[in-house]
Design a protein around this ligand. Structure first.
Ligand code: C5P
Length: 401
């Protein structure tokens, strides 16, 4: 939820990509933003005011001189309300108007009247984008610290190929989020566990699970992007180490515990994303077990609970656990939050198709003592960013209490 509480004024101008704005609004809201929409006259040809009102949950504004709107939230109030003015799609005409400070409709007037940070996602024919006039306007706007998202290159609605397509809503949202969130974990050390553990049976066999490590690695990357010093204690996976992250590779739960304990004293945050084997073989066979008998009996003993051990330290870091459940997801997660004495838990339902274990996507229900947030299905990279934003916020809240 890294757009949590952000007030976004979305200006929609008359390009074919306007049909993507209901999806854009949904994605902005999923990140916790409050979105109000301003439509230009041209935009109403491509998307209906009614559908944008339905997805944003607010009345859509389009006229500069509208008695009814001025009686409610007038244009100056709207300009003051916004933290961010996002114009998507922005036509060449819109860019030209903003560059020259014209104010002949509601959106261009709001641009002059607001102190909000302005982001523009242009959308136009590739030749129009490359035209000298548009490039001059782009330069003018960039000099005013306006941030541009896109345009993307590719096949266009008119059949041309080149730069000018509006950036995809998902990318607009993540560009906005990284521009707005800053380095929330600067100066903090975060230890993260990821992947499966591998418990040996004999010199050639082991007990393990299907964890891909993708969620833990995505969380490590998101924490590093927020300026944290990140130590990733990882079981055997085939993933590359995210930039700026220190990886300690381990095999067994015992190794993982040892590596975590050697790093934890100087850490402020611990996130346990590993799928640690709950049991290990009592005595690892010295030599390869032969297939002589019809039956083979192995005895298991319990592995240490790394997360619980860290949370029970005399002065523990902010601890975050995961709970992958197949039933009573919330109840079990809340139980773990309490029993393991955690600050936060991220629960997911492993029965949902295409999500979770070994997949690129997931959905999380993040729970802490005072509140909870549902993070809807998304790729693990995006989800990890939202999780880290929540962790940073709660960690900072806890420090200031
Ligand atoms: O109790 P359960 O295994 O369901 O708890 C899951 C959470 O505890 C995860 O965050 C996992 O990384 C952590 N865990 C651990 N050490 C174990 C077992 C689980 O750190 N031995």
């Amino acid at each position: 939820m890294h757009l949590f509480d952000k007030k976004i004024l979305l200006g929609v101008t008359g390009g074919i990509a306007a049909y993507k704005t209901p999806d854009l609004i949904r994605k902005l809201k999923a990140q916790g933003a409050d979105v109000r929409v301003v439509l230009t006259r041209g935009a109403t040809e491509f998307v209906s005011s009614l559908s944008l009102q339905a997805v944003s949950g607010h009345q859509v504004h389009s006229e500069l001189l509208d008695e009814q709107a001025e009686a409610g939230m007038g244009h100056i109030e709207l300009a003051k309300w916004a933290d961010v003015l996002l114009i998507a799609p922005a036509t060449a005409h819109c860019m030209a108007k903003l560059a020259h400070g014209l104010a002949d409709d509601l959106l261009s007037t709001l641009y002059l009247a607001t102190t909000a940070q302005v982001f523009i996602a242009p959308a136009m024919n590739q030749q129009m984008w490359q035209a000298r006039a548009t490039q001059d306007n782009l330069q003018k706007l960039q000099l005013r610290a306006i941030r541009f998202i896109g345009p993307a290159a590719g096949e266009q609605a008119c059949g041309d190929v080149g730069p000018g397509r509006m950036e995809e809503p998902e990318l607009i949202v993540s560009a906005l989020a990284s521009a707005l969130t800053g380095n929330k974990l600067e100066g903090k050390k975060v230890v993260i566990t990821a992947g499966p553990t591998r418990e040996p049976i004999d010199p050639v066999r082991y007990l393990s699970n299907h964890s891909s490590g993708k969620m833990g690695y995505a969380v490590a990357q998101a924490a590093a992007e927020q300026g944290a010093e990140v130590v990733l204690v990882s079981g055997p996976v085939s993933l590359t180490v995210p930039p700026g992250v220190k990886r300690i590779s381990v095999q067994t739960a015992d190794d993982m515990l040892e590596a975590v304990m050697s790093e934890i004293n100087s850490a402020q945050i611990f996130i346990a994303a590993a799928a640690v084997a709950d049991y290990r073989i009592n005595h690892q066979a010295e030599n390869k077990i032969k297939k002589s008998d019809d039956k083979l009996t192995l005895t298991f003993v319990k592995n240490p609970d790394i997360l619980k051990t860290v949370a029970a330290l005399p002065s523990p870091p902010f601890t975050v656990g995961f709970a992958a459940e197949s039933q009573n997801v919330e109840a079990y997660a809340r139980g773990k939050l309490e029993n393991k004495n955690l600050d936060m838990i991220a629960a997911n339902d492993i029965t949902l198709e295409g999500l979770g274990f070994n997949s690129d996507e997931n959905a999380l229900h993040v729970i802490w003592k005072e509140d909870d947030v549902q993070l809807p299905p998304a790729n693990k990279t995006g989800l990890a960013k939202s999780l880290i934003a929540l962790v940073a916020k709660q960690y900072n809240n806890k420090q200031s209490n």
